[in-house]
Design a protein around this ligand. Structure first.
Ligand SMILES: NC(=O)c1ccc[n+]([C@@H]2O[C@H](COP(=O)([O-])OP(=O)(O)OC[C@H]3O[C@@H](n4cnc5c(N)ncnc54)[C@H](OP(=O)(O)O)[C@@H]3O)[C@@H](O)[C@H]2O)c1
Length: 278
C-alpha cells in the first residue's frame, strides 16, 4: 500500500495541466483529494478520473487571487475530508508584456495568483497544524522563472522570484517544527499554460518567439526542452514521499538557472544573439 494512501491533499489549479495530472497520480495512490480552481466542470471531470483511479475527490470552486476564497477553500476541504495533510499551491497564470509597458494591474494580478495565493495557503493551513500539534507539508509550484528571468514575462518572473523568497523565509521560520515547505521549480512544461497566457503586446512577440526557437543553438534547445505534465507531477509526488526544501523536475532548466546566476554575461550574450529582429 502506498505511503500516501488515505492522505488528504488539497491541490489548487487542479482543473488542467500539472494540477490535473497530479490529481490523477495521487488518485491512483488512494489519496483523498480536494481539487480547486475556477472552472467547475473541468474539476468535476478530474474528480471522476481520480475516483476511477481508486482515490476519493471533492471539488471546490476557488479564485486563488482572492484571500477569503483561499481561506474558505481550506475550511471546505476540512469540512469534507477532515484535517489536511498536504497543501499544493499549484495555480498559476502568466501575462506576456514588455517590461517597459507592464501595467500595474497586470503586475498585481500575477503577483496575487503566483505568489500571494501561496502565502494565503500557508495562513489557511499552518496555524491549524500548529494548534493541533500536527506535522504537514505545503508544496509551492514555482517555475525555473523563479530562479532566472526570461524576456516578456516581467510580472510572472517577478512573482515567481517573490514566491522563492517567500518559501525560503517560511521554511526558516518553521525549521524543526515538523512542517515542511517545498518549492518545486519546473522548466517549460507541456500543458494549457501557454494557451492561457494573456498577450498584452502588439502581437509581434508571439510570432518572433517561434522564430527564436528555430534559430536556437542545440545547447539552448536542450536546456529549454519541454517536459510533460506527468513528469512534473511525478516529481511532486516524489517530494510528498521524501519531503525536502526544493525540487527541480527538469535538469536542463536547472542548469540554465545556475548558469544565469553565476554567468549572467554569457546568458545575456546568447539572448542578444537570439533576439535580433524583435
Ligand atoms: N507550463 C509550463 O511551462 C510551466 C513551467 C513552469 C512552471 N509552471 C507552473 O506550473 C503551475 C501549473 O501550470 P500548468 O502548466 O499546469 O498550467 P495550466 O494548464 O494553464 O493550468 C493552470 C491551472 O491554474 C488554475 N488557475 C489559474 N488562475 C487561477 C486562479 N486565479 N484561481 C484558481 N485557479 C487558477 C487553472 O484553473 P482555472 O482556469 O480553472 O481557474 C488551471 O487549473 C503554475 O503555477 C505554473 O506557473 C508551468
Amino acid at each position: 500500500m502506498s505511503k500516501l494512501a488515505g492522505k488528504h491533499i488539497v491541490i489548487t489549479g487542479a482543473s488542467a495541466g500539472i494540477g490535473a495530472e497530479l490529481a490523477r497520480q495521487l488518485g491512483a495512490q488512494g489519496c483523498r483529494l480536494t481539487l480547486a480552481a475556477r472552472r467547475c466542470e473541468l474539476l468535476q471531470q478530474v474528480a471522476e478520473q481520480v475516483r476511477q483511479a481508486g482515490g476519493q475527490a471533492q471539488v471546490a470552486v476557488c479564485d486563488v487571487a482572492q484571500r477569503e476564497q483561499v481561506l474558505a477553500l481550506a475550511a471546505a476541504a476540512r469540512a469534507g475530508f477532515g484535517e489536511i495533510d498536504v497543501w499544493v499551491s499549484n495555480a498559476g497564470h502568466g501575462i506576456r508584456h514588455r517590461v517597459l509597458q507592464a501595467a500595474e494591474d497586470d503586475m498585481l494580478e500575477q503577483y496575487k495568483v503566483n505568489c500571494l495565493s501561496s502565502l494565503w495557503g500557508y495562513q489557511a493551513v499552518i496555524p491549524h497544524w500548529q494548534d493541533h500539534q500536527r506535522s504537514g507539508q505545503v508544496i509551492d509550484v514555482s517555475s525555473v522563472g523563479g530562479k532566472a528571468g526570461f524576456p516578456f514575462a516581467a510580472g510572472y518572473v517577478a512573482a515567481k522570484h517573490a514566491l522563492s523568497g517567500l518559501g525560503d523565509v517560511a521554511r526558516q521560520e518553521l525549521a524543526g517544527s515538523g512542517i515542511m515547505i517545498t518549492t518545486v521549480y519546473p522548466g517549460s512544461t507541456l500543458s494549457d499554460f501557454s494557451r492561457a497566457v494573456l498577450d498584452r503586446t502588439d502581437g509581434t512577440i508571439t510570432s518572433s518567439l517561434s522564430g527564436i526557437k528555430r534559430r536556437s543553438s542545440l545547447l539552448v534547445r536542450i536546456l529549454s526542452a519541454e517536459q510533460s505534465s506527468a513528469h512534473v507531477a511525478r516529481c511532486i509526488v516524489g517530494v510528498m514521499l521524501r519531503p525536502r526544501p526544493t525540487a527541480y523536475p527538469h535538469p536542463g532548466a536547472t542548469f540554465a538557472a545556475i548558469l544565469n546566476n553565476f554567468w549572467p554575461g554569457f546568458v545575456l550574450a546568447q539572448i542578444v544573439k537570439l533576439r535580433r529582429g524583435i
